[in-house]
Design a binder for this molecule. Structure first.
Ligand SMILES: Cc1cc2nc3c(=O)[nH]c(=O)nc-3n(C[C@H](O)[C@H](O)[C@H](O)COP(=O)(O)O)c2cc1C
Length: 235
């Protein structure tokens, strides 16, 4: 299917047929998610493919029994994390070393700048300390462009969730390319979902996907987008 056809064909599906999604397709689409662009290549995402019926039932309940969850053949929970950076950073450095490409600039980036951005504590004390440091950094900012964050924990969550959302888009597109559909959901009780998946405070549930094949009446209405002149600005 032509790439732009895939974009046009993707719709949020709220009612799915009983057609099963082959495991191989689920795996192919999940793997495609992981090829998304991501900040510093730190890949701060996790995708939980809910296989156990008991867990699936609990997730559907946490999604308030929405049709998109209730009728889905498969459910996938996309999670962003601020605590996997160290493991992933070490793996990245190892990979650089293998290809003899670990230049000092890369080393400094992953060993100094990334830890400074990613170290956070539960209660935000480190965020406040960083804020004070950034007061001084901001003075330099009067004279030249500088990095201005992330400072607070919530800004880091924003960064990892932004990246995870890109992987989510890959997932939905890949499903369409394989003849299947999905519905992204943020209508869920995050606290409950995190409990079901045993997730800690350093994780955030970005989206939950219902996956399957669209029923005839599975898409609610024609697609509506506001006039592109309102949002595409040529400046
Ligand atoms: C982050 C996000 C959260 C969403 N949450 C829900 C949801 O909880 N329930 C639902 O039925 N649709 C949900 N949607 C689907 C949107 O309503 C849908 O994408 C939008 O209306 C545009 O329609 P389209 O996807 O068919 O182009 C969500 C979409 C996104 C991107």
């Amino acid at each position: 299917m032509d790439f732009f056809e895939v974009i046009k064909k993707r719709r949020s599906v709220r009612k799915f047929t009983k057609t099963k999604v082959p495991e191989s397709i689920m795996r192919k689409c999940l793997n495609a998610s992981l090829l998304a662009a991501n900040s510093s290549n730190l890949q701060p995402w996790e995708f939980y493919w809910i296989r156990k019926p008991i867990k699936k039932g609990k997730i559907v309940e946490a999604c308030f029994h929405q049709n998109a969850a209730k009728t889905a053949q498969e459910i996938v929970v996309a999670v962003s994390r601020i605590d996997t950076w160290k493991r992933n950073r070490d793996l990245i450095i190892e990979d650089y070393k293998k290809s003899n490409k670990l230049i000092p600039l890369v080393k400094k980036y992953y060993n100094q700048i990334i830890p400074f951005a990613y170290y956070h504590d539960r209660f935000g004390v480190l965020g406040l300390i960083k804020r004070i440091i950034f007061v001084f950094i901001n003075i330099v900012g009067y004279f030249k462009p500088i990095i201005r964050g992330p400072i607070y924990k919530y800004q880091l969550f924003e960064a990892v969730s932004k990246t995870t959302a890109l992987a989510c888009q890959n997932f939905m597109m890949a499903l369409v390319a394989e003849g299947f559909d999905s519905c992204p959901m943020e209508g869920f009780d995050e606290k409950r979902v995190k409990k079901i998946l045993n997730l800690n405070w350093q994780s955030h549930v970005v989206m939950i996907f219902g996956v399957g094949q669209a029923k005839k009446n599975g898409v609610y209405g024609d697609r509506f987008r506001i006039d592109n002149k309102l949002v595409i600005k040529e400046v």
